[in-house]
Design a protein around this ligand. Structure first.
Ligand SMILES: Nc1ncnc2c1ncn2[C@@H]1O[C@H](COP(=O)(O)OP(=O)(O)OP(=O)(O)O)[C@@H](O)[C@H]1O
Ligand SMILES: [Mg+2]
Length: 501
């Protein structure tokens, strides 16, 4: 079948980096084309070139046999190329119809005509994108907002739709719903370019897959003629272990205990409503749930960043309820925060300084009131080696590191003191298979060494791979706890929508 879109020899550089190096890629009508690659491989850059956000340094975009220049997203849309951004661009207080009408030629934005609503309903029926056109966007779930973004693109005549990690915000059931939509789009002759880090998703929904490594195309292959192992090898350049060796649990004694915890969100609403659980030493307790059901507030209360209105928190037998973040850390609880750049590091400080952020006040890093740079750099070099942090040097500012390496830096700092409790929030979100594998190995090693680990994640594969027991949160409560051996995606997915386990 003739390609209706071809990227030919696209090169795009940023100062010091070749993000795309002579990339050639063809997309056919009626296919889902997955784009796979490690963090920093150049996927988002390539799609930004196609969508007119960046101009390539060289190379050509050929659309239906004709070379074109795409100067802006507006240009891209006019040529039938749509993109669903990772951060949705919807106006929250407007309705679905108003948002879809926004920027559509010839329609008033507010109180859009009945025919816009009709078209939303028609398209919704045709593609399985069901949303109420009259609903205000603030009342929609993330997955419904994603549907609105897809509808917006379709209403503007998108024949090629780009989705950049669309499933990272969805429950397993919602992801299946999205895949059904993608299949409908295929049947209607659209092409979809689908970026993901999850190999199962590529196998489930894509027709062909292109793997990028360090800005270059490794290969484009039909999904029917490959498998997860081969894809991982193409991506990383070595074999990846999908099943980490996990020794049987030796859980014994209490590491972390939470009793009847209540707290409020930033907006003053009840975010935790009587949560109780305990994590034993040598055990990983997974907390599964859709974002926004109290997980974030729970981690903040546990790590001293938010006040509990009621209830108790104990770390290694010591009551730390409503103590400061520093006191909680000193009681033995490390924290791998959810927003790694905003909360986990000081971006302008060096890798070495970030590695001692928790301890620079104490020996051996200071002598009296003075810091000891030699001790700090010694320690930093050891951590960089032990945790395999890829950085030009210990003096490089932390902000220059890739996401996976920032995360390894945080783990090195938090785990090097051998904490008895580890509270990890979404430790691998957005990270590629190889960084994910390394972080999982580090968490399992802490468990093996007798720490109690609380693992909060929306990624069920991660929860299932690491946890000994799994608790599911919904609406500020724990709806059930299951032993890992008795848990599967189906059952957990249902509990994530509030059904008691
Ligand atoms: N605006 C920018 N300025 C400078 N460098 C950039 C910019 N955008 C991307 N890069 C660099 O280009 C390379 C490719 O980045 P890109 O975001 O395209 O990767 P990716 O494959 O989408 O990664 P991820 O899986 O983490 O989303 C990286 O080295 C990145 O640091
Ligand atoms: Mg990206």
């Amino acid at each position: 079948m003739e390609a209706f879109l071809a990227l030919q020899n696209i090169t795009k550089t940023f100062p010091g980096v070749v993000a795309n190096d002579r990339v050639t890629l063809e997309v056919r009508p009626g296919e889902v084309h997955a784009l796979l690659g490690e963090n920093g491989a150049g996927k988002t850059t390539l799609m930004s070139v196609l969508y007119g956000i960046y101009q390539p340094d060289s190379g050509e975009i050929v659309l239906r046999g004709r070379p074109v220049r795409i100067r802006s997203p507006h240009d891209a849309i006019a040529r039938g190329i749509g993109m669903v951004p990772q951060q949705f661009l919807l106006v929250r207080r407007h309705t679905v119809a108003e948002n879809v009408a926004l920027g559509l030629a010839g329609t008033p934005v507010l109180f859009p005509a009945r025919h816009v609503q009709r078209r939303i309903e028609d398209l919704g029926q045709r593609y399985g994108l069901l949303v109420d056109p009259q609903a205000p966007v603030w009342s929609l779930s993330v997955s419904e907002q994603q549907r609105v973004e897809i509808l917006k693109a379709l209403m503007r005549g998108a024949e090629i739709l780009i989705l950049d990690e669309p499933t990272s915000v969805l429950t397993p059931q919602e992801a299946l719903g999205l895949f059904a939509v993608l299949r409908r789009m295929k049947e209607e002759g659209h092409a979809v370019i689908f970026i993901t880090h999850k190999l199962d998703e590529v196998m489930a929904v894509a027709d062909r897959v292109t793997v990028l490594r360090k800005g270059r195309v490794v290969d484009t292959v039909p999904v029917a003629r490959t498998d997860k192992r081969a894809l991982a090898r193409m991506m990383v350049g070595r074999d990846v272990e999908f099943r980490l060796p996990k020794a049987p649990a030796t859980a014994d004694g209490e590491a972390l205990a939470v009793e009847d915890l209540w707290t409020r969100s930033d907006r003053g609403l009840l975010a935790l409503r009587g949560v109780s659980f305990s994590v034993r030493r040598g055990e990983i307790l997974g907390i599964a749930g859709v974002a926004g059901n109290g997980q974030r507030e729970q981690v903040e209360v546990l790590t001293g960043l938010r006040r509990a209105e009621r209830g108790r928190v104990r770390v290694l037998g010591r009551d730390v309820t409503n103590r400061s973040a520093r006191e909680v850390f000193e009681a033995g609880a490390a924290h791998i925060p959810e927003e790694r750049v905003r909360m986990g590091i000081v971006p302008r400080l060096s890798v070495a300084e970030n590695l001692v952020l928790r301890q620079y006040r104490y020996p051996p890093f200071c002598r009296g009131p003075l810091l000891d740079p030699e001790a700090i750099f010694d320690f930093a070099r050891r951590m960089i080696a032990e945790y395999d942090i890829v950085t030009p040097s210990a003096r490089t500012p932390a902000r220059a590191l890739s996401g996976g390496n920032i995360q390894k830096l945080i783990l090195a700092r938090e785990l090097s003191g051998e904490p008895g409790v580890v509270i990890a929030a979404h430790p691998t979100s957005g990270l590629d298979v190889s960084a994910t594998e390394q972080i999982h190995a580090l968490l399992l090693r802490r468990r093996q060494q007798g720490a109690g680990v609380l693992l909060v994640s929306e990624d069920l594969d991660e929860i299932l791979a690491l946890s000994d027991r799994i608790a599911v949160m919904f609406s500020g409560e724990i709806v059930g706890t299951v032993a890992a051996g008795e848990a599967d995606r189906e059952r957990l997915g249902l509990m994530m929508t509030g059904q008691r386990g």
